[in-house]
Every structure is written in C-alpha cells, then in structure tokens.
Design a protein. Structure first.
Length: 503
C-alpha cells in the first residue's frame, strides 16, 4: 500500500476535482408517502406502518409539503423547476430498505441546472467560487443499521446487525453538484464552505433542522486528481461525512492518499470510502468499478408531479433573505470586512457570534471569543465550536465581569475553561476557582514591595527616570497574584510608591 504524501506536495503536482452529494432530511411532520411521524430519537421501529414498511397491498400517497420544500430548495439554489416529472423505483437489495427498492427520481429530477456561490478566505482576500448544481431531487430515506459486537461499528467483524425502520420513508432531498475544478490547494476549504452555505440556506428556508450529528444532513464527498492539462482522474466517494470540519478533513485526506497512489505508479480505484474521525483518514468501502444497474423504472403507484408555474413563482416570491445578503447586513452593522466575515463563516461560528451579540455582547468581543479562544479549544478537542458547553448568556456575563473590573482578560479565559469543563456558571467558576481580580490596594502594595525588594536594581532604574523598566516589577506582581491583579492599577501604585511621574 502506498503512503499518502504531504498536502502541499500533492496539490503542487496534481489538480483536484471535487463534487458533493448532500442529502437533506426534510422537516415534515409525516413521512413522504404515509402519515407516520418523523421525530428523531423515538424507540426503534415505533414509527412505521404498512406503507413505509412496503407491505403487500399498501399504497403510497405523496406528501405535498415535501414537494413544496424541494421546489423552494431548488429556487434558492437558482435551479430551473421541471414543469413535469415523476418518481422512479431504484431497485437494489439493502437490509435497511424494507421494500428492496427505493422510490427516488432518476432521469426526471424536480430541479436542475443551478448554482451556489461560496466565499473562502485566502492570503489575497476573499475568493468567490461558483459551484454548479447538477440536480436537486426528492426521494425517501432508508432505515438505519446498527452493527453490534465488532470493534469498529461496521458490518465487518460484527456479531450481528439490527435495523430500525423509523427513518425509512422520511422525505429526503439529494443535492448533487457538477464537478468543481480550478480550486487547487483550496479544494478542502471550498468543500467545507459549500456545505456550510448549503446548511445555512436550508435552515433559512425552514425545510430542515440540518443537524449533521443526527443525520438530517449527510454529505458524500467525491475527489479525483489529475496532472495539469490531463483528463480527470478516477474518483473516490467518501460516504456520510457528518460534520463541517470532517468534510474539509476528508477531502484533504483523500487528496493526500490519491497523490501517494499516483506518485508510486499505482492506480486509483473507483470506490466508496469511509472517513474515520479519530484518525482523519479514509478506508475502502464498496467497489464501484462499474456503475450498478439499479433497473430504474417509473413508479407505477404515484402520479406525475406537474407544479403550476403560478405556484412556483409564488414560492419564489416567498423565499427568505439569502444567507449572503444577511451576512452583508451583519458585516456592515459590525464594521467588518469580507475577509473577517468569511473567516467567521468557515470557522462555523457566525451564528454563534450573532446569537452572542443578540444576548448583549459587543460584536468585537463576541468575535474575539468565538473566532479565537473557543475555536482554538474546539480544534484541540476535535469538535465543532457549537458543541462546546458555553452559551451566549455565559459570554455576556463574563463581559459584564470584565467591564466591572472583577475579571481581566486572562482570568476570563480561565472562567470559560471552567464553564466548558462543566464546572458551572461563570459566577460559580469564579467563586470555586477564586478568580476575582485582586483590587485591594493594601494587598497590591504588599506585592509591589516584595517585588521591589527582590529587584532593587530595577527600582533604581525607575527612580532614575527609566519608567519603561516598571514592566519587570508589574510582571512580578502579576505572577505573584496568579494574574489576578489589574496591571494598570499595579503600575499606577508602583510609580506612586517610588514617587515617579508617568509623563
């Protein structure tokens, strides 16, 4: 097996081509062809009926809201909406599909030929990439398999498998891009930016909760490499990547892996692959050397879909503000540029910053915490910033304590460390850790005198007019007070103690 090569070396020699297939579970109250509920987390196989189990004699009835939601998604992605289309049966044998076929769309999708512009930050400023949308089609979701008894949670090595059909029949929209070329070393960032923007659009439309951790938004990432000017290479398809961070990591990992294969003289195999969150690498899944014959044919139990033009235009007029327009308004209100906004978006913290501002936090402070400290902590923990146990209300409280002089910036970081670790509210962490700023003049003067006694030469320099030398004494006091003193106040008391003017 050939070893992956470093990313910079891979993109210096090869050109990546990426493509994304994103599945979005619609947030309808009932399934696509029956009245079963769609709530997440119900006990296994309690939200099923003869229709979604595919029992003999059961007849599907199309969910009108699912069609409406799909059209609204297509319009938001600048697609053309078909005047006439129909559902098809996709025949295959998987144990998570009780009918042994899936009702989907084949050669007649509901929405086609759209695009979505995404922005990624670069050293030369924001770069806008237009991602072409091949199709947006409607289908039914499958059930969920759980493989038990193995070490990996996958079927290989498992003792047995369990199937939950609650998810079978939930309306699912598949959004397929055209191949995205010309992104070079930014391919992983473009992939993440695209899924991020798509998620924001879905949430803005109100068609899905797009919770990747619950599977209501799932991403398959296609990657191939070719030498500059040569034909596109053989692609791999990394299945069901379940976080924004992992989308970027999976694409990067595949570029490194495929470059290693090609550099060693090997051949990339067309296959599905699985991304491993713990190791950050992909492993083989199912060979797709030849396209499977799914024996598609029109679904005989459902009438064609023919949305009236007037209805489509009415839906178009009712579309909410696009996320890009919303971001432009926020950037103007917060006084930041395109680069700063793109950084917030790609870090996955824009909504968190916005929520914090709504809770009373100043925009600069909200951006500082979420794009700085919290993103750092999240990256070190291998999670998304949104999963950290800190709320906008927590940030607002800490900012209040800073403004009152009860905390400084260094202590505030320790407070958030405690909050994220589950030690309680900011006030509880301050009390438990003893993190309040030392403001008592007597205690500060005592610490100053000790520092002066330990560094008499520095004291003489300050008395001689070298006021900048005061930094050494201030630093010693801050160390002695574990960073809990106000540095400005320490300096003021120090100079006063030595009878030196700060002018």
């Amino acid at each position: 097996m050939s070893a992956p090569i470093p990313y910079a070396e891979a993109v210096a020699e090869f050109e990546p081509v990426i493509g994304m297939e994103v599945h979005v579970e619609l947030g309808t109250e009932s399934k696509i062809f029956c009245g079963c509920p769609t709530a997440f987390g119900a006990p296994p196989n309690t939200q099923v009926c003869p229709v979604c189990l595919g029992l003999p004699g059961s007849m599907p009835v199309m969910n009108a809201m699912a069609i409406e939601s799909t059209i609204r998604i297509g319009l938001a992605l600048n697609c053309s909406i078909a005047e006439w289309c129909r559902m098809a049966r996709k025949n295959y044998f998987y144990p998570d599909m009780p009918k042994d076929y899936q009702v989907s769309q084949y050669d007649e999708p509901l929405c086609v030929d759209g695009y979505l512009d995404v922005t990624v930050p670069t050293d030369d400023g924001p770069m806008v990439v237009r991602v072409g949308i091949e199709r947006v089609h409607l289908e039914e979701d499958t059930g969920k398999l759980t493989h038990a008894g193995g070490a990996t949670g996958r079927i290989h090595g498992a003792d047995y498998s369990l199937v939950d059909y609650n998810r079978a029949g939930i309306p699912l929209v598949e959004i397929v891009t055209k191949p995205v070329t010309g992104t070079g070393a930014l391919a992983p960032e473009v992939a993440r930016a695209y899924v991020t923007e798509l998620r924001d659009i879905m949430r803005g439309l109100g068609v899905s909760d797009v919770k990747m951790e619950e599977g209501s938004l799932r991403c398959d990432a296609n990657v191939s490499l070719n030498l500059p000017g040569a034909e596109w290479g053989t692609r791999s398809e990394t299945k069901n990547v379940n976080s924004l961070r992992s989308v970027e990591r999976a694409v990067r990992s595949e570029i490194e892996r495929q470059a290693g294969v090609l550099k060693s003289g090997g051949r990339v195999v067309q296959e599905t692959r699985h991304f491993h969150e713990d190791t950050g690498v992909t492993t083989p899944g199912r060979s797709k050397e030849h396209a499977e014959d799914y024996r598609y044919f029109p679904e005989p139990d459902l009438v064609p879909i023919a949305p009236a033009r007037e209805w489509v235009e009415e839906l178009r007029r009712g579309l909410p503000e696009q996320p890009s327009v919303h971001r432009a308004r926020l950037a103007q209100a917060w006084g930041i540029g395109d680069f700063e906004m793109a950084t917030l978006v790609n870090a996955g913290v824009l909504e968190l910053v916005e929520a914090s501002v709504a809770a009373g936090v100043a925009p600069d402070a909200a951006r500082k915490w979420w794009a700085g400290e919290f993103t750092r902590i999240a990256n070190e923990s291998g999670v998304e910033p949104a999963s950290l146990a800190v709320t906008p209300a927590d940030i607002a409280r800490v900012e209040e304590l800073i403004a009152s002089g009860a905390l400084n910036d260094k202590l505030a970081r320790q407070v958030f460390e405690g909050v994220i670790a589950g030690e309680g509210t900011p006030d509880e962490v301050v009390a438990a850790r003893g993190l309040a700023v030392v403001s008592d003049d007597g205690a500060l003067l005592s610490a100053i005198d000790e520092a002066l006694a330990a560094q008499p030469d520095v004291a003489e320099k300050i008395r001689g007019g070298k006021v900048q030398a005061a930094g050494a004494i201030v630093g010693a006091v801050m160390k002695a007070t574990r960073g809990q003193a106000d540095a400005g106040k320490v300096r003021e008391l120090l100079l006063e103690r030595l009878g030196v003017s700060d002018s």
